[in-house]
Design a protein around this ligand. Structure first.
Ligand SMILES: [Cu+2]
Length: 114
């Protein structure tokens, strides 16, 4: 009888741990987003993501684009690349990032990392 009374508690503990692991893995599941460069503009004006998420920037125009940011939350320069190519950035800090194209100064979008 004594050994039986211990087991339900153990099972509850194991279930609690497994539930905790599932909840945590759900919370920290990173996502991948896509912002294309099309018709000389970014396909998203603003994009809200979470720390650790990735954004890919496929070029869908027949000419070269460049993708860069000078925002302190994420400074990067993906260089110039042609149609069909894509480059990715992992956003590892919270903040607001202005993404621009060095070739077309009118191209601009914002990524909000929470
Ligand atoms: Cu461009």
């Amino acid at each position: 009888m004594k050994s039986i009374s211990i087991h339900p508690l153990r099972n509850k503990t194991i279930i609690a741990i497994l539930t905790g692991m599932l909840v945590c893995s759900g919370l920290y599941a990173v996502k991948e987003f896509s912002v294309a460069q099309k018709n000389k503009s970014f396909t998203e004006k603003t994009l809200s993501i979470h720390v650790g998420d990735t954004v890919s920037f496929p070029n869908e125009d027949d000419f070269f684009h460049n993708v860069y940011s000078l925002s302190p939350a994420k400074i990067f320069d993906l260089g110039s690349y042609k149609k069909g190519e894509t480059k990715k950035v992992v956003f590892d800090k919270p903040g607001t990032i202005t993404v621009q194209c060095a070739i077309h100064p009118e191209m601009k979008m914002e990524i909000i990392v929470k």
